[in-house]
Design a protein around this ligand. Structure first.
Ligand SMILES: [Zn+2]
Length: 191
């Protein structure tokens, strides 16, 4: 096959050259209310990769991105953990053959981090693309949480834009006695 980014022959969807040069992660933390949102790229740096989400190659590209970012991050983080932490993908809804948030969450499984799939689902999936903050506030995701209570959780999503969705998720979890340690996203789309 060929590297999706540079089109050179490669055994992987993003070749090792591109992983090191074009897509080297730059860890960044943004505070949204009381929530720390840790991301690995500015949105523009990986926009072409994120746009494959609903295409056939999206599955392999998202898997590779998770392997370059969230997987090593959580492996290192989990080494200092004394008790279990749960990974919760934001709205693991299967849109185009797979759930990209479930895929990202799955990549974060370690001995100390347990993945709880499909426990935080949105009732409202109206598109926020190109919509302003007011629209997003007027059309909340309306999450339903069906996981355990009294636990520590790390939230996972592909992109943070205004942070409204992650804050809403955090609030719903809080109402269920769940402590959100922080959120991890691939990209930060803050303008
Ligand atoms: Zn390449």
């Amino acid at each position: 096959m060929r590297c999706y980014a540079c089109t050179k022959p490669s055994f992987q969807i993003i070749c090792s050259d591109c992983r090191e040069r074009l897509f080297a992660p730059q860890i960044h933390t943004r505070k949204i209310g009381t929530l720390d949102v840790i991301s690995f790229y500015p949105y523009a740096a990986i926009a072409s990769l994120l746009h494959t989400k609903h295409k056939p190659e999206g599955y392999r590209i998202y898997k590779r991105l998770a392997g370059m970012t969230m997987k090593p991050f959580i492996k290192e983080f989990s080494e200092s953990l004394e008790s279990d932490v749960y990974i919760v993908g934001v709205d693991e809804y299967v849109g185009s053959g797979y759930s990209h948030t479930a895929l990202l969450a799955h990549a974060m499984r370690t001995q100390k981090t347990k993945v709880m799939h499909g426990k935080l689902l949105a009732k409202n999936r109206v598109s926020y693309s190109g919509k302003d903050l007011q629209f997003r506030l007027n059309h909340p995701r309306d999450f339903r949480y069906t996981g355990k209570s009294g636990i520590d959780v790390i939230l996972v999503d592909d992109t943070v834009t205004t942070g409204i969705t992650l804050q809403e998720a955090q609030n719903v979890l809080l109402q269920h006695g769940v402590n959100v340690l922080f959120a991890l996203t691939l990209a930060d789309a803050k303008e």
